[in-house]
Write a protein that binds this ligand. Sequence first.
Ligand code: ZN
Length: 405
Amino acid sequence: MKKNILFTSLFVAILFFFNACKEKHAYKALIVTGQNNHNWQASSPILKQLLDQTKLFTTIIIETPAKGKDMSVFNPDFAKYDVVVLDYNGDAWTEKTRVAFVDYVKNGGGVVAYHAADNAFVNWKEYNEMIGLGGWDGRTEKDGPYVYFKDGKQICDSTPGRGGSHGARHEFTVQIRNTEHPITKGLPVKWLHAEDELYSQLRGPARNMEILATAYADTAKGGTGRDEPMLSIISYGKGRIFHTTLGHCGNGDKTFPALECAGFITTFQRGTEWAASGVVTQNIPVDFPNSAGTVQWAEYKPLSLDEIVSKIEKYDVSKSRKYLYDLQNRIRYAEGNAETLLSYEKLMVKILESNEATIDAKKFVLRELSWMGSDYCIPQLKKLESSADLKDEVKFALTRIQSIK
Ligand code: ZN
């Protein structure tokens, strides 16, 4: 008995220790915002939510003074943070603040340049070296070559001309160019991104830069006909920079599809962890988009399994199949994992038992069980054999499950 108590205490102590370690490893993130030609009032709180929900970051937002106001009061202690996320496109910072920021990065600080942050500071040499490529703000050939992919190869193109353009907003395919980098490892090589601006014709010094993902800028959508960089990494001194051109958040817009995209969210979260630490520990969500369709997360986060089940219960054929796909994806990812599959099977049996669930929901469940069900679901299926609405689907499922056995 005494021994048990000792072991229990030891176990609790170990748990405490690991939790304490976990706490200690939480990264401090700073989002800099306050001026932008975009809706920073909407985007910055969303970016903070995305980082905080990983439980890896403690994130604070600092707003600069408004456009035209005295910037000398903007002087954050960058060195206190592991990563600085720039949601900023506005007035120049003071010399003192610029020097502090450059020192922070040179000494190993992480940076994330998000969307229009690469429009900022055309005349700040070090900043342009950090972001690799930029656009607008008067950028031309004086600022560096265009960099893009053509026929699978990275091209540096010194043709004179403007820096920065995009066609009409649309859904487009993102293609991973380095499948081994911690940020992109394990992602589908091609996935469909929700409606966004496809940044093109970016130009800059592009030193110590690697493009991790591109997207084809279709001429039919006003694009360049090139594979333009979407996700890049740059090293500057000891610092790591993650540059994502994705995530347009427009002034006056009521919805922000680019920010709801599970692909944007996941790459932003992974890229920020990498910039802070050089590693990525986050799992790839099971409903990460593929080339067949976009995945948008309401409230900017994936649904829990319970939420998916309660949505499925209300399903009828006239409604979106999104939640059905969510569950199907989870089942497919769990292939070979008997314990997880059984937990899904139990949830599906609950839907069959439920008086709240629709007939369409039950038909969906029966189709899934017909190929992945085990002995566990058979008693419940037998109870439904005489159901006028479901008897055909029940018979089909029972026959398949029993023939597989
Ligand atoms: Zn934009």
